[in-house]
Design a protein around this ligand. Structure first.
Ligand code: ADP
Ligand code: MG
Ligand code: MG
Length: 876
């Protein structure tokens, strides 16, 4: 016998998620726990991988194995597939290793055809139910397997309802459903040019294929890239006996969490709908009832469910997100998983579970996704302004946070506007998985329909984006791009503010204020700090950034970009004078004007950091960036500088480079004009002397030379620095230390790091440039072609967002090793975007760097990521 690709639920268990997917593994686990789970089997993720290897085909052996397991399932269920007397109906459900909510599609009621449905109607003695199930199946199968758009079917239903003069689906009777089946099939034939497949076995195989195929659909690919889920994992398929929540008033379906996923409060939280099936709850078609009502509706079912929920939480030692269905008063569990939650809820639950003695602190640290903290670090509404603002409507508080922005009505508009730098709030009737990219860039999401477990709510919570859902008072016309609420009319571009913690909607812009780390957050971060080995620094160019970084726990500044200080009105002029100067004397004169500004800035930084390390990088960008490009600006600035227009133009022309990022920049500037390094050293050291003299702490400046590729160029610049610095320190009669180090951002520097380390006292990996130079494409231009690379599965993610561990990472590792060989106590770190990216931080921990440095708002994320890395890789 060949490899096993199919498993009964009773053959699996919770630890087999790689093979069975999360859903399959947990269905197996619940089965083993003796819980009421409709039985079935799981086609493994390996079968999915095989499907792609075989050129998108399910091979004969695997097909045979699936049918064999269908036979085993028939025995367990005591019903036969396609049996017109008492048919076994199944659902076909996708389930990847990591949960991908709403990304892949489920087909329900599979196994019906014109003949079987008749028997099913007789057997259940409920023709309306039988035909309702059938028409749902045709709809789902057509949509998921045959890609006939869902709304087309909705239109047919709406037409039927209009003919009958009714509003709700439940008002349609058995004959209406029968008629819908006829109309659906006619529509299918018209579009597909063939009859709807009537053989249930073919339906089944087509459905399994469709799930495999959906692993590669565009929204799954986008979701995976956003969540760094590898493409080669594949998805499993679960084939499960149907239970029917739509079989009458003693039936229903619902979703519940063991704790509140928005706040973390310890109480069963969820929603259900009577006489409904699967999708109805999450799709926001009807507004569901809170789970607490079930206690009154069906007390025994509620008690049983509450007991199961409690047991599952204790079993998994984490908050559970469960799906269930009630069929004629009998409860069935359809899914459980560790529930997605907001950052606030994640913190509260982690802290509560420790206090309840369920997990230890280390485990708690692993329970919060670092990226998620982002939502807690961003501004909240200014309390006073919010109080003064008028609430014009209220929806469900689906995902907390504050959002203020301009109204847009489609995900595409959200993307477009965000690209232009606009802050937008996406307002939709309801969202669907296609909207995911627009949702990701919106400040907040507001929907008219849908409950706390609607698509919008689930996805927004996952992204940490503010969301208010189900505000039924809104009267929206998505096509005309207008809505009214509370007597106010909003067009595209009008300001609105929404509060995802209360559900309040305001018809105006409300300013937002910064967040702080306290309470549960503070306690939790304390646990994280105990675990981590990496230091976390911040990138800061201004005292304000430095303070923000420290408030978020930064232990130093890993990168201060001095050029950012030059762009202010008053300073850029001196900078330009320096650039147009054609002799050393004039250049020095201009630099002398810049000196006091630089020195003042550095004093501010040192003061904000109170003796913690401050790393200052010398001038880095090509000089042309400081000069004007527009004709009218050139004329004006020439006037300001007291040079002729021709002269300025010739300077600009002289600075033109074919490839500025690889041109005259970084330490090359200091090699050509050592007086720049001299001035910057004077500013760094004098500021340090001044601050040390007047404070209780000592300043030890770290001077960082950028873009070094050869030890001799570093030595050349370093000599200028040392000569200048030592003289100043001696004159001041003070005992002060400073270090000179370098960025490692050119592959040659990494390759010769042993030599570079003879001069450099520390290395900071500038992984933006290092990535750019290693790949040979620039971050700013990569956007034009990366999509093709994703589509063709050449790259899975943007190497500027997540460090390329294979290539760029190899250089980092090599340079670290070579550097330490020369200078065992060399301090190694990374600055740039990757310093705040959790997987990149994990990499830095594994290769034994000393610190990461990132923007202030990512400092807590890096602290947590570093702690998780230390727990997962204790030996590094
Ligand atoms: P998703 O991963 O998108 O949540 P699921 O596979 O969980 O998709 O299916 C969605 C819904 O379909 C479930 O929540 C459940 O209500 C319904 N469903 C799935 N399988 C069955 C089944 N065997 N019997 C009844 N309902 C089902
Ligand atoms: Mg589900
Ligand atoms: Mg650089």
């Amino acid at each position: 016998m060949g490899k096993k690709y199919v498993y009964l639920f009773s053959e699996g268990n919770g630890s087999m998620r790689e093979l069975l997917g999360g859903k399959g593994a947990n269905l197996a686990e619940m089965t083993n726990l003796g819980m009421p789970v409709p039985q079935g089997f799981t086609v493994s993720t390996e079968a999915c991988t095989k499907y792609y290897e075989d050129g998108r085909k399910i091979n004969d052996e695997i097909q045979a194995e699936i049918y064999e397991y269908l036979g085993k399932m028939e025995e367990i269920c005591g019903k036969k597939f396609a049996d017109p007397n008492n048919p076994l109906l199944v659902s076909v459900r996708s389930g990847a290793r990591a949960s991908m909510p709403g990304m892949m599609d489920t087909i329900l009621n599979l196994g019906l055809n014109d003949e079987v449905v008749e028997g099913f109607a007789k057997f259940t003695n409920n023709p309306r139910f039988a035909y309702d199930s059938y028409r749902r199946f045709i709809q789902m199968f057509s949509d998921v397997v045959m890609e006939l758009p869902k709304p087309e079917f909705e239109k047919i239903i709406d037409a039927k309802k209009a003919e009958k003069g009714v509003k709700e689906d439940v008002e349609l009777d058995a004959d209406d459903m029968k008629d819908l089946v006829v109309r659906f099939k006619a529509f299918y034939k018209e579009k597909k040019g063939e009859d709807f497949p009537s053989d249930p076995k073919i339906q089944l195989m087509e459905a399994v294929k469709a799930v495999f195929r959906s692993w590669d659909n565009p929204r799954a690919n986008v979701y995976r890239r956003m969540n760094e889920i590898p493409y080669d994992w594949g998805t499993a398929v679960n084939v499960q006996q149907m239970v029917f929540g739509n079989s009458g008033d003693r039936s229903g379906t619902g979703v519940a969490f063991t704790r509140n996923p928005a706040t973390g409060e310890k109480a069963l939280f969820g929603e259900y709908l009577i006489n409904a099936q699967g999708e109805d709850v999450v799709a926001g078609v009807r507004t569901p009832s809170p789970i607490s009502h079930l206690k009154e509706d069906m007390p025994e079912v509620y008690d049983q469910f509450a007991a199961i929920a409690d047991r599952l939480e204790k079993h998994y030692k984490d908050m559970q997100d469960m799906e269930f269905t009630i069929e004629n008063g009998k409860l069935f569990m359809l899914q459980t998983r560790n529930g997605k939650r907001t950052a606030a809820a994640a913190l509260k639950i982690a802290v509560d579970l420790v206090d309840e003695g369920m997990i230890d602190e280390k485990t708690a640290v692993l329970r919060v996704e670092p990226k998620q903290l982002d939502s807690l670090l961003h501004p909240q509404f200014d309390a006073a302004k919010m109080k003064a603002a008028k609430v014009i409507g209220k929806g469900l508080a689906a995902s907390p946070g504050a959002a203020c922005g301009k109204v847009v009505f489609t995900a595409e508009d959200a993307k477009e506007w965000a690209e232009k730098g606009e802050k937008v709030v996406l307002v939709r009737r309801e969202t669907s998985p296609e909207d995911i990219e627009g949702m990701a860039v919106a400040q907040g999401i507001l929907t008219v329909r849908g409950g706390m477990t609607s698509h919008a709510a689930v996805v927004a919570r996952g992204m940490g984006t503010c969301c208010v859902s189900g505000c039924g008072e809104i009267d929206i016309d998505e096509e005309k791009k207008v809505f009214t609420l509370g007597g106010q009319t909003f067009n595209e571009g009008d300001y609105i503010s929404i509060d995802g913690s209360t559900g309040n909607i305001y018809g105006e812009a409300i300013p937002t204020a910064a967040a702080t780390i306290s309470g549960d957050f503070g306690r939790f971060m304390g646990w994280a700090d105990k675990e981590r080995k990496l230091q976390v620094f911040t990138n800061a160019d201004t005292p304000r950034d430095a303070k923000q970084g420290r408030e978020f726990g930064a232990e130093g500044i890993g990168l201060c970009r001095t050029e950012h200080m030059f762009f202010e009105e008053t300073r850029i002029k001196a900078m330009r004078e320096m650039i147009v100067a054609d002799n050393v004397e004039d250049r020095k004169k201009a630099l002398a004007k810049i000196l006091p500004y630089q020195q003042g800035d550095f004093e501010g930084l040192y003061e904000a950091m109170e003796g913690k390390p401050v790393t200052i990088r010398f001038l880095d960008p090509p000089l042309h960036e400081f000069l004007p490009t527009k004709e009218e600006d050139i004329a004006e600035i020439a006037g300001e500088l007291g040079v002729t227009v021709e002269k300025l133009k010739s300077v600009i022309e002289g600075l033109h480079e074919f490839n500025p990022m690889m041109g005259h920049r970084g330490c090359r500037l200091a090699v050509s004009y050592p007086e720049i390094a001299e001035m910057q050293t004077t500013a760094v050291i004098t500021a340090a002397i001044n601050v040390t003299k007047r404070s209780s702490f000592k300043v030890t400046p770290l001077i960082m030379i950028p873009l070094v590729g050869e030890v001799k160029e570093l030595k050349f610049v370093k000599d200028v620095v040392v000569a200048t610095a030592d003289k100043l320190i001696e004159e001041a009669g003070i005992d002060m230390k400073y270090e000179v180090g370098t960025m490692i951002e050119i592959p040659r520097a990494a390759l010769t790091a042993d030599e570079i380390a003879k001069e450099a006292e520390f290395f900071s990996f500038g992984t933006n440039d290092l990535t750019q130079m290693t790949f040979g494409f620039s971050r700013d231009d990569a956007g034009k072609f990366l999509d093709y690379y994703y589509a063709n599965k050449i790259y899975e993610s943007d190497p500027f967002a997540h460090l390329d561990q294979k290539g760029v990472g190899k250089l980092v590792e090599m340079a670290a090793e070579l550097g330490r060989k020369t200078r065992p106590d060399i301090h190694l770190g990374i600055c740039g975007e990757h310093g705040g990216d959790p997987t990149s931080v994990e990499f830095c921990h594994r290769v034994g760097l000393n610190y990461v440095s990132c923007s202030p708002f990512r400092v807590p994320i890096a602290r947590l990521a570093a702690a998780q890395a230390a727990i997962k890789y204790p030996k590094a």
